[in-house]
Design a protein around this ligand. Sequence first.
Ligand code: NIG
Ligand code: FE
Length: 378
Amino acid sequence: MLIDNIGTLVTNDPELGTLHDAAILFEDGKVAWVGTKIPQGTSGKRLDAGGRAVIPGFVDSHGHLVFAGDRAEEFAARMEGRPYTAGGIKTTVAATRAASTEALRANFDRLVAEALRSGTTTVETKSGYGLTVLDERRSLELAHPLQDRTFLGAHVVPPEHTADDYVHLVKGEMLDACAPHARWIDVFCEDGAFDGEQTRAILTAGIAKGLTPRVHANQLAHGPGVQIAVELGAASADHCTHTTDADVDALANSDTVATLLPGAEFSTRAQYPDARRLIDAGVTVALAADCNPGSSYTTNIPFCIAIAVREMRMTPDEAVRAATLGGAQALRRTDIGHLAPGARADAVVLEAPSHIHLAYRPGVPLVRSVFKDGRYMG
Ligand code: NIG
Ligand code: FE
């Protein structure tokens, strides 16, 4: 499949850069060639992009897609002034435990399909609404089609446990049951969830079982999450809404990506993270949707890009890059997030001449067609 007559082609490749009047060739699910002069002898299917933009598929590196029910009433109450707290998670835990595996899988599939329609070709998902050994394992098992699954037994302490007992369970029996079904381990390090000492203990136990850490850090207030993420070599510190200069320095001198989740600040009416400060300090930034029924019930990355540009002072280039290459970096994946030869043929054709329109035309469904592994998905 050759896509030609591309108005703007964002490759995220340091050498290729952003091309105009370009073409791209997919072969066997991979990018085979990118450029402006179509090579002689190219045959097969051809798609005329009609001057539209083509970008890498979005890599949504932070999601909570295995759950039942919703919390619309909680959202409505919040919009009337009630604050957001970590405790709301327990409502979804009760609904998730009570749901059949078929119902959970149907909801998960619906959200993955919804994300795909808005250009997301890779999603990560976490457990964290089961909080028993069997319910956490079930959450990870049913998300099996995804390569990037994260064990988040440490989301909150469920009502039937004391904090000490629960941390013991998460580090022991629950981790043993879940580690074979996950690539990552995460902790919600926050007041009302887990403190620094508990976070360190749980992540260290996960590392010993072969998982790589990522951390929900500094979302609702300043805390030790970012520093622990850096100290333990986490792939990502997620949220980073309340950070000190020392946190920003630590991130800048590490391989830990700062994953910003503006859907959460939007839906909890909170201050946005200071993306400008992070980027100017040299931190690698990713943008993700944080789809979950409590704090950010959206799968829509173009929406997050628009907020990041308008409210967080990212340039359109930076925001699109953070939602593609940045997400891939946060998942330590080199096969996605860019469109150089050899990359997966995951790409989006926009109903617009350039990627800037994703922020410039907020709320407009600009995703015209999506390719995953070179296959047309709609
Ligand atoms: O990333 N912060 C922890 N987890 C989710 C919220 C979960 C919930 O409220 O159900 C988040 O924002
Ligand atoms: Fe989250």
